[in-house]
Structures are given as C-alpha cells and as structure tokens.
Design a protein around this ligand. Structure first.
Ligand code: NDP
Length: 447
C-alpha cells in the first residue's frame, strides 16, 4: 500500500509534466512499479532523484522536414530525435517512419531503450527518433528525397561518439542507405554514425537478423528453465517485417512451427507451418515488392483474417513482433485458455498493462520486449565496435556473441526477478537495467 501511494504520486507528476503522452506514461509506469520498491531499500538512488531524471530526456530535437514528391508538390513532415540518457555511452536507438509517430511514442521508445541498452552490457546510452512520414506507397525517389532532407537537419546533432541512430518500423536497409549517403556527403566523413548499414559499407553480419533471432533465443532460454525447448512447439507471430521474418526463420531452424504472420491489414494462418521456402516468398513480397501479407494466403491457399490479429489461434508460444499495444487483456486470456505458456516480445511494449497482469497471474514465461528484443541493439553495438576496429567479424562470431548476450540478459532477469520457482522477467529486466545506469549517474554528479 505504501509503495502503491509512492508509485501513484510519482506517476501523477509524470502525467502533469508530460500531458497527452499516453504511451510514455505507460512505459514509465511499468518501470517504476518494479523499481520503486527496489530503491526504497537503496536510498542513495532516491536522494539523487535518479528515477525523476531518467524520465526527463537530456535533449529533444524537433524539426521540420520539407521535401518534393514525384509530382513536384511540396510535402511537410514532423521529425524528432529524443536524446534520452547518455550515462553509459552515446545515445543509441532506432528511427521510426510511421504516420502514428509523435513525441509521446518516441519518448516511450527512448525511455525503454535506456534500460534495454544497459541490459546488453554494451556501452550505449538511449535515444530514439523518427517522423510521421509514411514510406508506404512512396516511390524510391520520394523516400530518398525525404531521407536526404531529414538527414540534412539531423546530421548536426549526431555522430559516432554522440548519437548513433538505427532502423525501426519503416526504416530498413533502403532508408539507412539514403540516410548514410546524405550524412557522409554533408560531413565529408565515412564513419559509423548509423547502424544497420549494408555489409559492403560498414554493416555487421547478422544485424538484419538480430532482433528476431534474439527474441527467439530468449524464448529458448526461458523454456530451458522448465527443461523444455522450442522443438515441436507451435508459434504464432504478428508482423511480417524485419523482426517477424527473422523470428520465423530462427523458430523454424530450432524445430518450431510458425503458423501466423500479419500486417496492418490482417493475418494469415497456415496450419502446415511457414517453412524456409514460404518465408523466402514473404521476404520477397515484403522487402522487394512491398506488397500485403494477404498475397501469402492467395499463393499458399490458406486463410486470411482481414482486420484481425493472430492471438485467437491455438499455440504454445506467441511472439508479438509488430507494434505497441497490439495484444490486450482479452487476447491474453484467450492465448492462455488455448494453452499458450510462452510470450517473447520482438516488438516494443506490444502487450497492454492489463495483458501483462494476465500473464503474471497465470505465471507463464513472459519475456518483455526490453529484454527479449535487445538482440537488435546489441548487434548494433557490435557493428559500432567493428567500425571502430575497422574490421568485420564472421557470421558465426557475431551470432555467438548475440547468443551469449541474450543468455546474459536472461541471467540478469533471473538474478533480479527470481521468486521461488517463478521468474518475474519484468521486475528482473527493469531493475537489472536500472542499476547500471543509476550507478553511472550517481558517479557523474548532478547533470
Ligand atoms: P517493420 O517496419 O520491418 O515491420 C513492422 C511490421 O509491423 C509490419 O508487418 C507492419 O505492417 C506491422 N505494423 C506496424 N505498425 C502496425 C500497426 N499500427 N498495426 C498493425 N501492424 C503494424 O518494423 P520492425 O520489424 O523493425 O519492427 C517491429 C517491432 O519491433 C517494432 O515494435 C519495433 O520497435 C520493434 N523492434 C525493432 C528492432 C529492429 O531492429 N528493427 C529492434 C527492437 C525492437 P504494415 O506493413 O502493414 O505496416
């Protein structure tokens, strides 16, 4: 009760200071719920107002991006970079291009990123950025002109020792290429200022695969705690973008069967499983043709559920890999009633707080995004290391490091979150991520 009051008081201040930013409030609430009871026993953090400082970005850059579409008409977008916390390294976090992008969404992502990056054990602070620009339906030339205009402003604020953006929703290899080209042209330097670069020009092997592979390894490590594995498991996945594609690949390689994929129009259910050949079709469809997932159902003669999400399909493991708040309380109950006992989140904050409460009540294995999807930024960190060393590691070397990092994150969650037989990964990840950043902030004084 005493904690509850403190949490409510803390949240009341956050809401008053950041009005209308619902996703940001949600992300902060999830963290303080677990961290406030912990810092009550460690008053040095309370006295130094670490939690208050963590919730205030060090810097927010808000700018206009004007560009010309193919008809010669002027288009205007809003763009942002949130430089959240640099206590343990340069700001690091992706760029999102999607019509739903606004300040509150990017602040939630940047806030989560700080603790996630800390969990990877690599020296990276946290940031996030993006624009309400929608790459869907735009020509390559339009996307290039937008990226060039966006980077013309952003280039003043980033750098390999300051702030190193990467991809996220709507920002893949194509966009990173255009952004890097413009940065290099303006600054006249070839440097590791972005991650997710092409292999021939500074990118790391396994970076495209890293988030999806990492979330799958995390599911495997969670299952191992119960003497189990992904082999023979039925897996539902949402999304069909970068994270979903490589989660599908790795689950299949580890002997699981993926039966769903989705996009914002609906989901496909393939009860025979999405094998390597079918996944190659999805990759061509989504990454080259930029088509809709419905075409999968037409090609492989399976069912497409228009406007629906895949959580009503029976499975052992669910991997929400599309976007925030895409799995609600009712869907969580349905999943569990159908026998699902593992959730590994490739997306950021895909489960609503009510859905998380359902998982925790049922004591299933719940790997929250902050821990389960940290593989992407971890390999971005490895890309930065390789850029500094001016050499490239092999695929096997990067993959082994990724596996080890995911295992270490799992161990951190266990260290801070174990309660008898049950591991509370939410508590474990939030406290584990918090301690390292908080100690660095204490050491660096009031800044
Ligand atoms: P992509 O843009 O490659 O794919 C996003 C997928 O999610 C698409 O299938 C898209 O469908 C779907 N989607 C996006 N927004 C919505 C929405 N509002 N409702 C329903 N479906 C939606 O992005 P990523 O795969 O890179 O990112 C997916 C998630 O993973 C995000 O939450 C991201 O923050 C998180 N993540 C990504 C990392 C990375 O390395 N890329 C690292 C860590 C986390 P459609 O094509 O119809 O829009």
């Amino acid at each position: 009760m005493e904690f509850e009051q403190k949490i409510n008081d803390f949240m009341a201040k956050i809401i008053a200071k950041n009005p209308g930013e619902a996703e940001f409030h949600q992300a902060v609430h999830e963290v303080v719920e677990t961290v406030i009871p912990y810092i009550e026993e460690h008053p040095k953090y309370t006295e130094a107002k670490i939690l208050e400082r963590l919730a205030e970005p060090e810097r927010v850059i808000l700018f206009r991006v004007s560009w010309l579409d193919d008809k010669g008409e002027i288009q205007i977008n809003k763009a942002f970079r949130i430089e959240m916390n640099s206590a343990i390294g340069p700001y690091k976090g992706g760029l999102r291009f999607h019509p739903t992008v606004n300040l509150g969404v990017l602040k939630f992502l940047a806030y989560e990123q700080v603790l996630k990056n800390s969990l990877t054990t690599l020296p990276m602070g946290g940031g996030k950025g993006g624009s309400d620009f929608d790459p869907k339906g735009k020509s390559d030339n339009e996307v290039m002109r937008f990226c060039q205009s966006f980077m013309t402003e952003l280039s003043r604020h980033i750098g390999p020792n300051t702030d190193v953006p990467a991809g996220d929703i709507g920002v893949g290899g194509r966009e990173i290429g255009f952004l890097f080209g413009q940065y290099k042209r303006i600054r006249n330097e070839f440097t590791g200022v972005l991650t997710g670069k092409g292999r021939e020009w500074g990118g790391s092997l396994i970076r495209p695969e890293a988030t999806g592979y990492g979330a799958t390894y995390f599911a495997e490590y969670m299952l191992n705690t119960r003497g189990d594995s992904l082999k023979g498991k039925t897996v539902t996945i949402s999304g069909s973008g970068n994270v979903a594609q490589y989660a599908c690949e790795k689950v299949t390689q580890l002997g699981g069967k993926v039966v769903t994929l989705s996009d914002s129009s609906g989901f496909i259910y393939d009860k025979d499983g999405i094998d390597a050949d079918k996944l190659a079709f999805v990759m061509e469809l989504k990454n080259v043709k930029r088509g809709r997932i419905k075409e999968y159902a037409d090609k492989y003669n399976c069912k497409f559920y228009e406007g629906k999400r895949p959580w009503g399909i029976k499975c052992d493991v669910a991997m929400p890999n599309a976007t925030q708040n895409e799995l609600n309380e009712e869907e969580a109950k349905t999943l569990i009633a159908n026998g699902c006992f593992v959730i590994s989140e490739g997306a950021n904050m895909p489960s609503t707080p009510e859905a998380i409460a359902v998982y925790q009540e049922a004591k299933i294995l719940y790997g929250l995004g902050k821990a389960a999807n940290a593989g992407g930024v971890a390999v971005s960190g490895l890309e930065m290391s390789q850029n500094s060393l001016r050499l490239s590691w092999t695929r096997e070397e990067v993959d082994n490091r990724l596996k080890q990092i995911m295992k270490d994150i799992h161990t951190t969650c266990e260290t801070f979150g174990r309660d008898g037989d049950y591991i509370d990964y939410v508590k474990g990840a939030n406290i584990g991520g918090f301690v390292k950043v908080a100690d660095a902030m204490l050491a660096q004084g009031v800044v």
